[in-house]
Design a protein around this ligand. Structure first.
Ligand SMILES: *Cc1c(COP(=O)(O)O)cnc(C)c1O
Length: 375
């Protein structure tokens, strides 16, 4: 028998969450671009192996509903095409060298163009088709994106380049998920508008601004295309609001079993570094899950965990293949009892918060060695 750990992926929940994203994006469509009269379309963001859920698995679950797929890697985009994906595919960092462009053309990819160097490479390319591009403007995130002073050169490059097809304008919010969200969004939207104010044709171009946080809290930013990521996987982008409150369902459930029990007395310790000391006689359950499975090693004692359907907490340091939990108040739980590390019945966001990280990181860190069961 294999180790009793697995990740269950709920494909129906993934589809459901995608439709929730589109529903939010539709709600305020009338306040956004006229071209979005039918509601914004949604790129399903499937970068990082669909946030750890499996690229092809996620794509096939969304095949019937997704307006398009967004990811980073040319190779991953080609895999989607080879798997029969016919929708638009957006490369969120565009291309990296001229040689990529022939492949982008062959596979009809949409490219984010975030720097002048990319535009110069595009102008040199001789391609059989024009490539649709997303022109990424830096409105304050200061990671990727063209600046106001570069825009005159951008417009010259666009006009001169035979490889450029339909243009969409995009930007990315730095703080839509935080306390200062409203101010941040307003500031970035204003900068975005100012950047294109003296570019007459720009006012007719489609626009894509919103990630999950903006879709959920600021649907007025939905415009023509939204870019939901974490919400598709049932994670909340907010530290102060649960995913369930947006009708999002967990997609990945990391599950395992108790493989051993220890009964320890007061003053006894648990695990490496002896970071947990029992202050009462304690029944310790040892779970077949460790940091080599993707469980965060820095999750402290007290991190929530579900055993046999009941919530309890971890004890001591997470080791490579195991972690311990408190079964003192769960007398019927024992060797073989089912354990949920996160997912159904225990939001990954709660585990992430205890470990001082975000559910994005937990999902992406799911280890290769964990078998996946998709249903
Ligand atoms: C990852 C990413 C997204 C999705 O962000 P979430 O917070 O997961 O919704 C959207 N846009 C861009 C440019 C991204 O890189």
């Amino acid at each position: 028998m294999p180790r009793p750990i697995s990740a269950r992926i709920d494909l129906a929940a993934l589809r459901h969450n995608y439709l929730v994203a589109r529903k939010y994006a539709h709600r305020d469509a009338t306040r956004a671009s006229a071209s979005a009269a039918g509601g914004a379309k949604a790129w399903a963001v499937v970068k990082a192996n669909a946030y750890g859920h499996g690229l092809l698995r996620a794509a096939s679950a969304l095949a019937e509903v997704a307006d398009g797929f967004a990811l980073l890697d040319l190779e991953e985009a080609v895999k989607l095409r080879e798997a029969g994906v016919h929708q638009p595919i957006l490369l969120l960092e565009g291309f990296f060298e001229v040689a990529d462009l022939a492949h982008c053309a062959e596979h009809r990819l949409t490219l984010v163009i975030h720097c002048l160097e990319q535009l110069q490479m595009l102008r040199q390319a001789s391609l059989p088709v024009r490539l649709p591009i997303y022109l990424k403007l830096n409105s304050g995130m200061n990671r990727l994106g063209l600046t106001p002073s570069q825009l005159p050169a951008v417009r010259r490059e666009l006009a001169a380049s035979p490889a450029v097809g339909a243009v969409t304008l995009m930007t990315h919010f730095a703080e839509a998920d935080g306390d200062g969200g409203e101010r941040c969004i307003a500031g970035q939207v204003e900068r975005f508008a100012r950047m294109i104010a003296d570019w007459p044709e720009a006012s007719t171009l489609p626009v894509s601004l919103a990630n999950s946080a903006a879709i959920l809290r600021y649907p007025q930013t939905a415009h023509d295309w939204v870019r939901p990521g974490i919400m598709l996987y049932g994670g909340s982008p907010f530290a102060d609001q649960a995913a369930a409150s947006f009708d999002l369902k967990p997609v990945m459930t990391l599950q395992s079993r108790i493989l051993a029990l220890q009964e320890i007395g007061v003053g006894e310790r648990v695990g490496y570094g002896a970071t947990f000391v029992a202050h009462r006689p304690t029944r310790v359950g040892v779970v077949a899950c460790g940091y080599a499975d993707g469980y965060p090693r820095h999750a402290p004692s007290g991190t929530p965990i579900v055993v046999a359907g009941r919530r309890t907490q971890t004890l001591g340091r997470v080791s490579m293949d195991m972690l311990a939990c408190d079964l003192t108040d769960l007398p019927t739980a024992g060797v073989g009892s089912p354990v949920v590390l996160w997912g159904e019945g225990l939001p990954a966001d709660e585990v992430a918060a205890a470990a001082e990280t975000i559910s994005y990181e937990l999902f992406c860190a799911l280890a290769q060695r964990v078998p996946v069961i998709a249903a």
